[in-house]
Design a protein around this ligand. Structure first.
Ligand code: FAD
Length: 467
């Protein structure tokens, strides 16, 4: 019997759960990928993620073609194309790695029902996380809503068996032998090539392996370096974890093998990733509304001018502007700055966190619904933060602390580069003579601050107090 293995966010051939399960259950397996019109039709033509996907799939396909095998790639509505392909190839089953986003769950239910009506089985496998859904629960079998106890339970539950790789790559010769079929070009999909090369982003498992190698040389410094955006301190693996070009089992195994505070801090972040994935599973209603019921009706004033200034990096707060320009330029933003800019949007500009969440979703190459929604609700104090709403980030303190030499600001806000570092964090506080010497005319070369942090802080407190 033949099975289809429908790839989605598990784009690799090594340690691949769905591929392994399909190969174990069937004589022959045909891997397929659908560029789903239901998702692609809403994206801008220069979306880097589509380019990243396209390059990744081309690499996987080339690897299979070299063995006389193929990866079938179509541009279609996945919920229709998968049942149609299964019927066309006389498949007995379709295997997938589970996706926990509500829209993906609904799509998979539709596909499963259509397949079952035709007598074809649909199997979901766990691939993108170590623990999924309700595998890590409290003692009273409730989902966790606070990170630290979740993390402790996660670590307690972890056994070597959870990290065993699936030897999918050892059985590729049992994939269906077929002549290679051409894949749709990026232009045929309706997209344009992007600047991934200029950004140094290498798609596919090879790109993941190179970044991993580079990071493992620096992992011991991670705990200290991770908070400083001007330093190469983090792994930059998020896009690969998002699309599954890196196996989470491999990542966790490496974190465990590297004893020390750097690796422990990195593992902590990988657990945050799973924390938000299980929140999304248990609370799909967080998409579009506050996790905490008492903050569902916050009356944000939502000044649209201010929102545009935030998006474009012209708030007058250099650390915020540098961060937003990094996002606009590269599709990536450092974690510390995601927290700073999100807090600034909500607590300083009093703009609905969902506006910022949507903007990040459009721009981030590593965009992941669970992590993005979780991060935004954390920053907005509407979500799973153990801290109450009156803990408000001070953008100036953050700037001085995490970009102490102003290197990051100078990189992205070059019009301020001539200022002394003290002044760089808050150009409106600089002596006019020093600004003049640095060639900075506020209101012309760089904006005055949109808001006064101390005043806005009071306004945010009042807004949240009212609920
Ligand atoms: P590293 O520091 O090397 O961390 C390793 C991996 O752990 C990351 O690749 C990521 O998969 C995971 N991770 C790290 N921090 C978090 C976190 N706080 N929550 C969940 N997973 C985490 N991450 C995304 O992958 N996609 C998003 O859309 C996203 N949106 C965010 C929005 C906001 C407002 C905030 C505050 C955070 C968001 N994050 C998101 C989390 C985090 O900022 C990124 O994962 C991280 O910056 C990616 O860089 P890295 O791979 O170098 O991370």
């Amino acid at each position: 019997p033949l099975s289809l293995c429908w790839l989605r966010r598990d784009l690799r051939l090594t340690d691949q759960a769905a591929l392994h399960a399909a190969l174990a259950a069937s004589d022959r397996v045909l891997p397929v990928f659908i560029f789903d019109r239901a998702i692609l039709d809403g994206l801008p033509r220069d979306d880097r993620r589509v380019d990243f996907l396209h390059r990744t799939l081309a690499a996987l396909k080339a690897e299979l073609n070299a063995r006389g095998r193929d990866l079938l790639i179509r541009h279609a509505q996945a919920s229709e194309a998968i049942p149609a392909l299964a019927a066309e190839f006389g498949a007995q089953a379709v295997f997938v790695s589970r996706d926990y986003e509500p829209a993906a769950v609904a799509r998979d239910q539709t596909v499963a029902a259509r397949l079952e009506a035709a007598g074809i089985a649909f199997h979901g496998c766990k691939d993108q996380v170590i623990f999924e859904r309700d595998e890590v629960l409290t003692a009273s079998r409730q989902p966790f809503s606070v990170f630290t106890p979740y993390k402790n339970a996660w670590l307690k539950r972890l056994a070597p068996s959870h990290l065993l790789p699936y030897p999918s790559e050892q059985q590729l010769d049992r994939l269906l032998a077929r002549p290679a079929e051409p894949m749709p070009t990026l232009a045929e999909l309706g997209f344009e090539p992007t600047d991934l090369d200029a950004l140094g982003i290498v798609a596919g498992p090879a790109g993941a392996a190179a970044r991993l190698d580079d990071f493992l040389r620096r992992i011991d410094d991670y705990a200290e370096a991770r908070d400083f955006p001007a330093v190469k301190g983090v792994s930059y693996l998020s896009v690969h974890l998002r699309f599954g070009t890196l196996s989470i089992r491999q990542a966790v195994t490496l974190a465990q093998q590297h004893a020390g505070p750097g690796a422990a801090a990195w593992l902590n972040e990988l657990i945050w990733r799973e924390f938000y994935q299980q929140i999304l599973h248990h609370r799909p209603d967080v998409v579009g509304q506050a996790f905490k019921a008492e903050y569902r009706a916050l009356a944000f004033p939502n000044n649209e001018e201010w929102f545009r200034a935030w998006c474009e990096g012209r708030t007058g707060y250099p650390i915020v502007d540098a961060a937003m320009r990094q996002l606009n330029h590269s599709g990536y933003m450092h974690n510390r700055l995601r927290m700073v800019t999100a807090s600034f949007l909500v607590k300083d500009l009093l703009i609905d966190w969902r506006w910022g969440e949507r903007y990040f979703a459009e721009k981030l190459i590593d965009y992941d619904l669970a992590a993005n929604n979780g991060g935004w609700q954390w920053a907005a104090s509407t979500g799973c933060d153990a801290q109450p709403y009156f803990r408000i980030f001070n953008p100036l303190t953050q700037s001085r602390r995490f970009d102490p030499e102003g290197k990051f600001i100078r990189r992205y806000v070059p019009e301020l580069a001539g200022l002394a570092t003290d002044d760089l964090h808050a150009p409106w506080l600089a002596k006019p003579v020093d600004r003049a010497a640095a060639g900075v005319r506020l209101g012309q070369d760089y904006p005055f601050p949109l808001v006064d942090h101390a005043r806005q802080r009071e306004a945010a407190l009042a807004l949240f107090k009212k609920g």
